[in-house]
Design a protein around this ligand. Structure first.
Ligand SMILES: NC(=O)c1ccc[n+]([C@@H]2O[C@H](COP(=O)([O-])OP(=O)(O)OC[C@H]3O[C@@H](n4cnc5c(N)ncnc54)[C@H](O)[C@@H]3O)[C@@H](O)[C@H]2O)c1
Length: 350
């Protein structure tokens, strides 16, 4: 058996989230070396030169793929590129971590799964980081231990603070819409707590409360969905881009013997302000502030799983979402999008 050596990682995409991942991988993940960074945008590459510890810089993805020293690629690129880039990474012999969603298209997800089956020795994980949040993980373990009996209902929401600058309007043409971009996390959480139960039918509706520009992409800034799962399980989802107070992501899992509420109060920290307006806390402003630890924990888990494979040890369960989980999240997200645009329920055949 070989000894463990650092996992050499190349990151693609240094935008809003890519910079955070790059900083984690470079400075906060033992066993990882961020050896290369790739972006087609010069300013992002300048940022990498100034901020990261001397990575090789590539301005196109082909060059990153051809970088023979890299063991793994870390993709934080636009969702529409994920499927092709994961396939190319696997074909280049690299382990791959990719941000959610796997793809905006179900057939593309299936194509990735089919190619991945040819490379069972390579790790391939999709970044549903909520599975690595300490509170979600604790609730999951309690549910598994039977604390709330049989979980049959999940209520879950992903809501962002309103950005008056309209970032999401510019992002909408490549995001896949609110259900594939935001609710996809809640879908993954519901499937996780339901032990991978199959979804059978989706209902959805939505509205534009503030961002009229979304209309031309067929998107909404507030969406509600209901999904039926086999065995009488139900999930109710809410997603919003227009919250006044901050990023308010929380979930509730209801079982036959109790319920678990996860993150209901989106407070930034443990400070309470007592003033003429009453008693209040400041809110987490962004998804990154809320899930900073989860992003870091998922990087630790991926690097440990890859290091174990490189050392010739049996695969360790990294605890993240598999490609198959991510395919299901896309399938259900698309059904919600269709239900929202047609106003009709969408069946999800077996
Ligand atoms: N897990 C989460 O909660 C979460 C949160 C935000 C974003 N995301 C996901 O992360 C991904 C990126 O989102 P973002 O908000 O950082 O977007 P962004 O637009 O800010 O960044 C995208 C990056 O990809 C780069 N890029 C574009 N084409 C490329 C190519 N061909 N090769 C290499 N790099 C390329 C861009 O230069 C940019 O650096 C999306 O898939 C999104 O769904 C996940």
């Amino acid at each position: 058996m070989a000894t463990r050596r650092p996992v050499k990682i190349g990151i693609a995409g240094l935008g809003r989230l890519g910079k955070q991942h790059a900083t984690n991988l470079a400075y906060r993940v033992p066993g990882a070396v961020l050896a290369a960074a790739c972006s087609p945008v010069d300013e992002e590459l300048d940022w990498a030169r100034e901020t990261l510890p001397d990575p090789r810089i590539h301005s196109d993805y082909e060059a990153l793929l051809a970088d023979r020293e890299l063991d793994a690629l870390w993709l934080v690129t636009p969702s529409s590129l994920h499927a092709d880039q994961i396939i190319a990474a696997l074909r280049a012999g690299k382990h791959v971590f990719c941000e959610k969603p796997l793809s905006l298209d179900v057939a593309e997800c299936e194509r990735v799964l089919s190619v991945a089956r040819e490379y069972p020795h390579l790790e391939a994980t999709i970044g549903f980081m909520r599975r690595f949040d300490r509170s979600y993980r604790d609730a999951y373990e309690k549910a598994r231990a039977g604390t709330i009996g049989r979980p049959f209902m999940v209520r879950s929401q992903t809501t962002d603070q309103n950005d008056p600058d309209g970032f999401f309007v510019r992002f909408a043409p490549t995001s896949g819409g609110i259900f594939l971009d935001c609710t996809v996390h809640d879908i993954d959480i519901a499937r996780w707590f339901f032990n991978g139960a199959r979804a059978t039918r989706a209902f959805a509706t939505g509205t534009i409360a503030l961002h009229e520009g979304l209309r031309e992409c067929g998107d909404v800034d507030n969406g509600v969905g209901v999904v039926e799962f086999e065995g009488g399980r139900l999930a109710v989802f809410y997603a919003s881009r227009t919250m006044a107070h901050g990023c308010d992501t929380h979930s509730e899992v209801i079982g036959t013997g109790g319920a678990l509420a996860i993150g209901h109060n989106p407070r930034l920290n443990r400070v309470e302000i007592y003033d003429a307006g009453g008693v209040r806390s400041e809110s987490t402003p962004t998804f990154f502030a809320r899930f900073e630890d989860a992003f870091l924990n998922e990087a630790h888990a991926f690097v440990q799983a890859v290091a174990a494979r490189m050392a010739g040890m049996p695969p360790v369960a990294a605890g993240g979402a598999t490609l198959a989980d991510a395919l299901e999240a896309t399938r259900i997200g698309r059904a919600l999008r269709e239900a929202c645009s047609t106003g009709l329920p969408v069946d999800l055949p077996a």
